[in-house]
Ligand binder design. Structure first.
Ligand code: NAD
Ligand code: LMR
Length: 331
């Protein structure tokens, strides 16, 4: 057995938190030889619910679970953290865009970014799930100036998985036969699910589906899937979001498959003409705990228009947050 690592989950008593903790404690995220100490952050009124969650965690007798710390203080939660999954935030309801959550949720991520900066391990790996995830990741990262920006990522893996699944269904194959899907940009309706580099059973995906389906159904269905779930269930996705979060962290920490990549939102560095300063979904390969943006892919005009549109969306979210940040910094 390895020495234990400290994993923070914020919003630990919420819908996603509740489902996520058990999968981490059972070893699904970090492997069956990696003990964990869970650091669970909640707001004060939810601490009594969190107590019950901890009772249930204990009742599972997970041999990898070496301890649980429950707190409403970010400075305690992020102390010595090796990994952090930032879930705690308000979810949207039918009729709302994810960006409508920006003002409500933005403040949470500046406080947590500062606590991470101050207290976490210098190579902490942070995944932001709470919406709007890309811009919340930017807020957290900007409030952690002492850390390498590559410590911070946001989740577009759910969109990636949705694309894998929808394409597999369309081509009557299995999601494991589908490789190299890309979600470019924002986890919003402007995201661009790109199949130009994707293969299905080793052959180009776009040779297996008609153009009309790709351009007029698939892209829109992936973009709108979160809303479709909300309309059907009355609340936003939970189990699929948890699965995506586990997959995102597992790929980052344990590596991606040789012949594939994953989509991760990371701080843009100019790759593919996306100017620095936003958390943008890119195809990434991961090795030895580091991610790298896949370089050198050819981008046609169809893709370029959509990649620029989702960048614009992120820049507009960023500009509303810049105002918000000023009031937080001068608090
Ligand atoms: P939920 O309301 O069930 O749970 C949120 C929890 O966060 C609550 O328990 C709340 O008390 C807690 N919380 C609120 N403020 C907090 C703070 N400052 N510190 C710590 N905890 C805090 O919501 P949920 O269904 O678990 O969703 C959580 C977030 O994840 C939402 O913003 C939702 O939109 C987002 N989400 C993102 C994706 C994605 O793909 N990126 C997918 C699904 C959901
Ligand atoms: C999703 O994509 O399911 C989540 O981001 C929830 C939402 O608001 O759509």
């Amino acid at each position: 057995m390895k020495p234990p690592v400290r994993v923070v989950v914020t919003g630990a008593a919420g819908q996603i938190g509740y489902a996520l903790l058990f999968r981490i404690a059972s070893g699904e995220m970090l492997g069956a030889d990696q003990p964990v100490i869970l650091h669970l952050l909640e707001i004060t009124p939810a601490l009594s619910v969190l107590e019950g969650v901890i009772m249930e965690l204990k009742d599972c007798a997970f041999f990898l679970l070496e301890g649980c710390i429950a707190t409403d203080d970010p400075n305690v939660a992020f102390k010595d953290a090796d990994y952090a999954i930032l879930v705690g935030a308000m979810p949207r309801k039918d009729g709302m865009k994810r960006s409508d959550l920006l003002q409500a949720n933005g403040g949470i991520f500046s406080t947590q970014g500062r606590a991470i900066n101050e207290h976490s391990n210098r190579n902490v790996k942070v995944l932001v799930v709470g919406n709007p995830a890309n811009t919340n990741a930017l807020i957290a990262q900007q409030n952690a100036p002492d850390l390498d920006p590559s410590c911070f990522t946001a989740m577009v893996r759910l969109d990636h998985n949705r694309a894998l699944s929808q394409l597999a269904e369309k081509t009557s194959t299995n999601s494991k036969d589908v490789k190299k899907v890309i979600i470019w940009g924002n986890h919003s309706t402007t995201q661009y699910p790109d199949l130009h580099h994707t293969t299905v059973c080793g052959e180009p995906a776009l040779s297996k589906v008609d153009k009309e389906w790709y351009e007029n159904s698939f892209i829109n269905d992936v973009q709108q899937r979160g809303l479709a779930v909300i309309k059907s269930r009355g609340v936003s996705s939970v189990a699929s979001a948890v699965s995506a979060a586990i997959g995102h962290m597992r790929s980052w920490i344990l590596g991606t498959d040789e012949d594939d990549w994953v989509s991760m939102a990371v701080l843009s560095d100019g790759s593919y003409g996306i100017a620095p300063g936003v958390f943008y979904g890119y195809p990434c390969i991961c090795k030895d705990g580091q991610y790298e943006i896949v370089q050198g892919l050819e981008i046609n005009d169809f893709s370029r228009i959509r990649m620029n549109a989702t960048e614009e969306d992120l820049r507009s979210e960023r500009s509303s947050i810049e105002k918000h940040l000023i009031s937080i910094v001068t608090e």
